[in-house]
Design a protein around this ligand. Structure first.
Ligand code: ADP
Length: 311
């Protein structure tokens, strides 16, 4: 949600929406900057853009649009997530750009084909538009994954709460059943409850990524087993599939960003090799570990170990 302020060049706020009033109350230096820019925009009678970094992590873009000679609208956009993506390493940017460029090239190619073709059958039109839509979806998924990775760098500890792993796994099983009704999922549990401290939404995302991979890399209907155990103050979740397996030479790299065993296969399934790196980052944010073992043609098991909490 964008913040919008209407400020007089004398410095009073004439209007502030909820987002902007929260922002300026929280960060005095932001308000000071807004006032200074308003004065300048009113004097120059033109739109000014600027940016400010607050507390070393919140990156705000400001657009100041004069409304008259004595007041201006200030639009505040929190661009922290996008900024974080930009701040990541050069290799990462290069890989991300490459991955984004592929669907863009495909979309452009097909859009130009549509532009050039005078007579086009409805069948061909349907084929081309299907490809355009599919590649837009792929780009959308990729951008969401990139932003998730960026967001993971600033998860506040306040989002962590007592969480029952057994209940979370059962709710993931439910969710999986709705997206993949043919999948056979068995849950084996040594306890009725296993309490940990977690951000339940993030942990659910990690578990769903693993379960969905289990489905993606199996022939239909997939057979998955989730085992929950506990030992020495640690909770362990094993997610096992009976799918295609992972070659031993690829296994050490599967948690790397953009790593795929078979690029064409992953792309067809809508992936770009970011899923497991997101899972690993989430598990490490929970002070846990994740390892994988696999046998080609037999299946793969991911073992997650997380510290238990007392509550
Ligand atoms: P992708 O988007 O390609 O699925 P991931 O990061 O989720 O990316 O996985 C990285 C690679 O690891 C995949 O390309 C796939 O080859 C392999 N992989 C992940 N999970 C499994 C699995 N359960 N069975 C077989 N291969 C898997």
């Amino acid at each position: 949600m964008e913040g919008i302020l209407l400020i007089r060049s004398s410095g009073e706020i004439e209007y502030a929406n909820a987002t902007s009033s929260k922002m300026v109350k929280l960060h005095k230096e932001l308000f000071i900057r807004c006032k200074a820019l308003t004065k300048l925009a009113c004097q120059q009678k033109e739109t000014i853009t600027d940016s400010i970094t607050l507390d070393d992590k919140v990156f705000i873009e400001l657009i100041v649009v004069p409304q008259s000679s004595s007041k201006a609208y200030v639009i505040l956009q929190d661009k922290s997530s996008q900024r974080q993506v930009v701040d990541m390493g050069k290799d990462f940017i290069a890989s991300a750009s490459h991955e984004l460029r592929t669907p863009i090239t495909i979309i452009k190619g097909f859009a130009e084909t549509l532009q050039d073709l005078k007579d086009i059958s409805s069948e061909m039109l349907a084929q081309i538009t299907e490809k355009i839509v599919r590649n837009c979806t792929r780009m959308d998924t990729l951008i969401k994954s990139l932003l998730t990775l960026a967001d993971l760098d600033n998860i506040p500890k306040s989002r962590f709460q007592p969480c029952d792993l057994v209940a979370l796994v059962e709710s993931c099983a439910h969710l999986l059943h709705t997206v993949s009704p043919t999948t056979q999922l068995e849950i084996k549990k040594s306890h009725d409850h296993l309490m940990i401290s977690a951000d339940p939404d993030l942990l659910e995302r990690a578990l769903m990524n693993l379960l969905e991979n289990g489905v993606k890399y199996s022939t239909t209907p997939a057979h998955l087993t989730v085992s929950l155990t506990s030992k020495n103050g640690l909770a362990q979740i094993d997610i096992q599939d009976q799918g295609i397996g992972i070659p031993a030479s690829d296994l050490p790299h599967i948690f790397d960003r953009f790593y795929t065993v078979n690029k064409a296969h992953s792309r067809r399934l809508g992936g770009a090799g970011l899923g497991l790196s997101i899972v690993k980052t989430i598990i490490e944010k929970h002070d846990g570990t994740i390892t994988a073992s696999s046998e080609l043609g037999k299946g793969t098991t991911f073992a997650l170990i997380l510290p238990k909490s007392n509550r």
